[in-house]
Write a protein that binds this ligand. Structure first.
Ligand code: ASP
Ligand code: MG
Length: 416
């Protein structure tokens, strides 16, 4: 007997018919003798619709009330799925995040899980009941309902798998797995059989929407075998696991992209030791997330400082920095919007020099101007104009032969 966490996303539970199909999947595991914990998202586009409702009422709804509102979506699904299972003679019970003991920080809208008290869940499992937990929600120390950030039901599932020492966590979604890049953009994008936790973490952070980044973080930290698969078909999904278990090592595993990026530049700022920290601590205090940072020295005592932020943060960032202009002594500030970030990710980069060069070369051939670059051991990100985002992704997908299967390390299969 194994203990399994199954998570079903919004599309998979988008109608009563689909909830009945989901019940089949749950029963299949239970009938095989496994203990099953199910985590569900809100039905279809429910969360978006709830956001729209709030925005019709006010431009600045209170964060606490937003959490209260958005958390209702998942609860609808839990009870309907419990009914579907009970109809089939199964013992099942729906529970909210707080009933499941999911304690979070007091950060409305984007709370992290700090602890899970599994007493209630263990009792349900011990009594042979299938527990159906509302994803995306928890409770703060102040006993307020919190949500974990959009897409957070994945994180609920993996965190529960960790806390309950589950044998595996299966994420059922509307795509058959993790792809080399978004198949809506690149036609020959290929489903990966396997990907490492680290690669998946980079891709999730860099804009691949298939998994919530914090879910991957949990899976890695607690070594939870994680699978992403379709709830509509029975094909095998993608396994996310530790690098050592993977034989097929291509240099680049996947390409992620995201738009709505702005590059802000502060011109001719005096090169004083405290200046850099002053800029970024000011932005951090206002919870503005800065991504890529480039400082270029223009003369012995002056430099230009560029950094990228999300479009939605530009107004606030400009306002704050203008207020600080006197203290920071920069001459001029500029914001260039309409940008996108395209990133290549792969653990094989660690041992293969020249990957970044190949990427830049390819983009140059396509006449795409690279505005910013950032790298880690296993990724290279470039900021380019948004209008070139798709072309760049397709070109890099071809360049690194991601459409082809790689059974042997780094060598594409040749079909004769
Ligand atoms: N329902 C939430 C959302 O749409 C959480 C989730 O589905 O993971 O973001
Ligand atoms: Mg999701």
């Amino acid at each position: 007997m194994a203990r399994i966490v199954q998570k079903f996303g919004g599309t998979s539970v988008g109608s009563v018919e689909r909830i009945i199909r989901v019940a089949d999947r749950v029963i299949a595991e239970a009938d095989a003798g496994h203990e099953v914990i199910v985590v569900v998202s809100a039905m279809g586009k429910t969360t978006d619709q709830l956001v729209t409702l709030a925005n019709e009422l006010t431009v600045s709804p209170s964060a606490r009330e937003m959490d209260m509102l958005l958390s209702t979506g998942e609860q609808v699904t839990t009870s309907l799925l419990a009914m579907a299972l009970q109809n089939r003679g199964m013992s099942a019970a729906s529970i909210t995040g707080w009933q499941a003991g999911i304690q979070t920080e007091s950060v409305p809208g984007n709370a992290r899980i700090v602890n899970i008290d599994t007493t209630r869940l263990e009792q349900l499992l011990a009594s042979g009941t299938i527990a159906i937990v509302a994803g995306f929600q928890g409770i703060s120390q102040e006993q307020d309902i919190t949500t974990l950030g959009r897409g957070g039901s994945d994180t609920t599932a993996v965190a529960l798998a960790a806390a309950l020492h589950a044998d595996r966590c299966d994420i059922y979604t509307d795509v058959p797995g993790v792809f080399t890049t978004d198949p809506r953009v690149v036609k020959d994008a290929r489903k990966l059989q396997r990907i490492s936790y680290d690669e998946m973490l980079e891709l999730a952070h860099l804009g691949a929407g298939v998994l919530h980044p914090r879910a991957v973080e949990f899976a890695k930290n607690y070594q939870i075998p994680l699978t992403v698969r379709s709830s509509m078909t029975f094909e095998e999904g993608t396994r996310i696991e530790e690098e050592v278990k993977m034989e097929n090592r291509s240099v680049v595993r996947g390409i992620a992209f995201e738009d709505q990026i702005t590059r802000m530049t502060l011109f001719r700022m005096p090169r004083k030791e405290k200046n850099l920290s002053a800029v970024f601590s000011t932005l951090a205090r206002h919870r503005i997330n800065v991504d890529i940072i480039i400082q270029s020295v223009t003369s012995e005592n002056s430099s230009n400082l560029s950094f990228s932020v999300k479009d939605s943060d530009v107004e606030e960032a400009s306002r704050i920095l203008e207020q600080e202009q006197e203290r920071l002594h920069f001459e001029k500030m500029e914001a260039e919007s309409g940008l996108a970030k395209v990133s290549i990710v792969g653990s094989g980069m660690i041992s293969n020099p020249g990957v970044a060069a190949e990427m830049f070369d390819k983009l140059a051939q396509e006449d795409i101007d690279i505005k910013m670059v950032s790298t880690s051991e296993i990724k290279v990100s470039t900021v380019i104009e948004k209008q070139h985002m798709q072309k760049a992704t397709q070109a890099l997908h071809n360049c690194f032969q991601l459409g082809e299967e790689m059974p042997v390390e780094g060598v594409p299969v040749t079909h004769t």
